[in-house]
Design a protein around this ligand. Structure first.
Ligand code: CA2
Length: 145
């Protein structure tokens, strides 16, 4: 099984500031967690991070026919990007939305998730462990099909 993990703007800055919101773990810790999970769960994981909306849209389009599942944390684009929502809908690949923080308990402007409207599940507030949970969920639903 092939899973694409997509991370949006500033996720590469994890651990640098705001540990109270995003935890102490760094972006390298996240990459290590993905590598570990790939080995333990026998899945192929490709991670890609970009600060640019169009680049994320390109990656979602390129995933068509190449990946069985997408784990996506669109970061701030979660709350603004209809382009990412449309791309997820266009490719129709089972997707899970992950947020490191619990966005439901944060500012009003974070209460809308466009990307989430095209996702089978949303995991939030579990730190980087949420990515592992998303991968396990995709594995589970893929095996049911
Ligand atoms: O909780 C999440 O995973 C978010 O997707 C993270 C985004 C935020 O805009 C979303 O509302 C929720 C922010 C990405 C990380 O931004 C940083 C800010 C300061 C220090 C380090 C990273």
């Amino acid at each position: 099984m092939k899973i694409l993990v997509l991370n949006g703007p500033n996720i590469n800055m994890l651990g640098v500031r705001e540990p109270g919101i995003y935890g102490k773990e760094s972006f390298s810790d996240l990459l290590a967690l993905l590598e570990r999970t790939a080995k333990e769960e026998n899945v192929e994981i490709t991670q890609f991070q970009s600060n640019h909306e169009g680049v994320l849209v390109d990656k979602i389009q390129e995933a068509y026919g190449a990946f069985d599942g997408i784990v996506i944390n669109p970061a701030a684009y979660t709350h603004t990007s209809i382009a990412i929502l449309d791309a997820l809908k266009a490719v129709g690949i089972p997707a899970v939305e992950v947020h490191i923080s619990d966005v439901s308990k944060r500012e009003a402007f974070r209460q809308v998730s466009y990307a989430g409207m095209a996702c089978k599940k949303t995991i939030m507030g579990k730190g980087i462990a949420g990515y592992r949970e998303a991968i396990l969920y995709l594995k589970e639903i893929c095996n049911e099909q």
